[in-house]
Design a protein around this ligand. Sequence first.
Ligand SMILES: NC(=O)c1ccc[n+]([C@@H]2O[C@H](COP(=O)([O-])OP(=O)(O)OC[C@H]3O[C@@H](n4cnc5c(N)ncnc54)[C@H](OP(=O)(O)O)[C@@H]3O)[C@@H](O)[C@H]2O)c1
Length: 340
Amino acid sequence: MNEFVVLFVVKKKTVLRAAITTRVGDPSVIEVKEVPLPQLKPGWVRIKVRAFGINRSEMYTRQGHSPGVQFPRIQGIECVGIIDASTNDLYPKGQQVAAIMGEMGRSYDGGYAEYCLVPEHIVFPFTSALPWSTLGAIPEMFQTVSGSLHQALDIQPGETLLIRGGTSSIGLLSAQLAKSEGLQVISTTRNPNKRAFLLDQGADEVIIDEGKIEEELRSLYPEGVNKVLELVGTTTLRDSLKCAENQGVVCMTGILGDSWTLDNFSPMYDIPSTVRLTSYAGDSTNLSAEHLQAFIDEVEKGNVHPQIDSVLELDQVSLAHERMEKSLAKGKMVVVTSPV
Ligand SMILES: NC(=O)c1ccc[n+]([C@@H]2O[C@H](COP(=O)([O-])OP(=O)(O)OC[C@H]3O[C@@H](n4cnc5c(N)ncnc54)[C@H](OP(=O)(O)O)[C@@H]3O)[C@@H](O)[C@H]2O)c1
């Protein structure tokens, strides 16, 4: 009788697929290519990326608005996945993790890939049975919304909150969280066709925003609102300041209007007396593993529903950037690295 020896040769992975932003330009500069697997180094972990959200700051970087970023670059300021390699017992192989910010996808390669190598201090372990396509929507969106509403605006039950840029993914989650904490929410959109969508998403009132809404806002709330989350940015900031009541707070978190500075800003004139102006530019240090886990648990229990516009694959990152540039998305776009 012949004896057969079957040899299974386990080939070690040495390359990965990544969506690489080859240079500054339109979405077509993002190309999917094979690159070498990054090698582990002390203080860093390698993540097998399962999903990542598409962020507006990545669009700005690709357009050339981040002068410090060198191309080609694997972008992606966040990802979720499992630990693939680590030298730290806190991050055992197979542990579910999220990684965000800390220059990820900017000064070193980021999440638009099957694997990424990131510093331990931006990595947050969690446990969840949610699909990766949902988990991928969470880290940066939650960090921004929670940081803006709690750390910057200090929202309180019974207050009124105006969300300028209400249909953005940040605006939609902010409305949900603020409502769940007992606030009255007024959301804006430029597009009258999105009014019903915003009401459906939990807004109490919707204002169609053509740049100046103070008059309409004050016809609803003559004293003004307690808090304003400014996501459109400097193009509407002066008007947003006028929508706040005495001692109300306006937090500048977004720049959907694509304008980064304010010409001839006169604080004594532009900031109404006693109104407070602040900003939120979150980082991984604004997040904790406990808060992230608590939020994921709420999503898992069905108490919060992050609005996901679409779930795409790695080959479609360029399409996702195009969709974002055209403001077609209604919620977060998530990319999964293997089909769901
Ligand atoms: N500070 C931070 O830590 C932080 C972190 C993450 C994101 N952000 C910022 O938060 C903002 C929202 O991000 P996102 O990812 O949620 O955005 P998004 O989902 O891509 O927002 C899309 C919406 O923005 C609105 N929009 C697009 N261009 C506009 C313009 N020129 N003027 C007014 N509205 C415009 C459109 O609403 P309508 O067509 O309905 O008007 C569109 O539906 C961005 O500025 C982003 O950079 C800040």
